[in-house]
Design a protein around this ligand. Sequence first.
Ligand SMILES: [Zn+2]
Length: 365
Amino acid sequence: MRFKDIVGQRVLINQLTEVIDAGRVSHAQLMLGKMGYGTLALAMGYVQYLMCENRQHYGEGSELRADSCGECPSCKKIASLMHPDVHLYFPSISTTRVEKPCCAEYREDFVKFLLENNMYVNLNEWYAYAGAENKQGEYRAVDAMELIEEVARKSYEGREKVFILWMPENIRPQVANELLKTLEEPYEGTLIMLVGENADRMLETVRSRVQTTRVPRICDAGLPEEADGDYIVARRMKEESEDVEESKRMFVEWMRLLFKLKMAELSKWVESISRAGRERQKAFLGYVLDNMRRCFGQTAGGMAAGLKTGDERFDAMFPSMVTTRNVEQIYESVSDALVSIERNANPKVTFMHLSFQLSRYIKNR
Ligand SMILES: [Zn+2]
């Protein structure tokens, strides 16, 4: 991942490349921010820049002061997630296919998942991809053992070794205890990079041993001029699938109901989404998030082609409802609803609550 391909975050990226150029890289770090802000993409960009054999520096007035080259063997291997010295760790889930889950069992799937989604991913999407129904993943003792062995081993290419631990919120105390020594003691040329969303849900013992970089909301950092409407979505939906057609219809209907706030009709709508399965509800909320991003890209970023629900009148009118004033509230309330659904919250309560929130935010645009 090159920094130029990340949505927004220019200020932070320039700070990061300066620190790397100055050789002041902490051996244990936490990149902290919602995944929708591009947190994992930034971590991958960071690693690629750190290990690039031909770092590019641009003149004054450029948006980015520097970037990885994207061409050298190291960049190419990292971009395809094939670099032997870049190790990925993540929560794994037991499924019918995998009885004793661990990173090693899922790494191939995880790599595919990240590449297909351009690093803009969240935990729910990963669980769905891995085929887990209503299950919570976690880090396993065997993952910690593997990591500790790899840290002690020589690097394959004779340069840096990097360990990316995605969503360290899911490290239990037992497993964390195994890792503390590794986090505490720097090994030469070794970087351990945690990439998480919520510091409050991480173990204090882990959090206190890493240097934290906070990833801001995209809109605070400004949108890149060159990004187009499709890129801001970053994860494109498969437009042809029936589910998406259904999502489009439901989205348009829902947003119209939120304007009118007719309780009887809104209750019916909530009733119908509540009857759908949890996976379907999560997919729908993911679609809503994508649409809100598209709308914001159009209104604030001047990007073309915001909504594509197929309802032309709606597509023309709705994007102006998502503005710099309400986009973060909208984004966070939908993300929170996704988490609630993931944690088996009552869907009726969740969608009704979200309806009231969205209705208010859209009116206060
Ligand atoms: Zn390079």
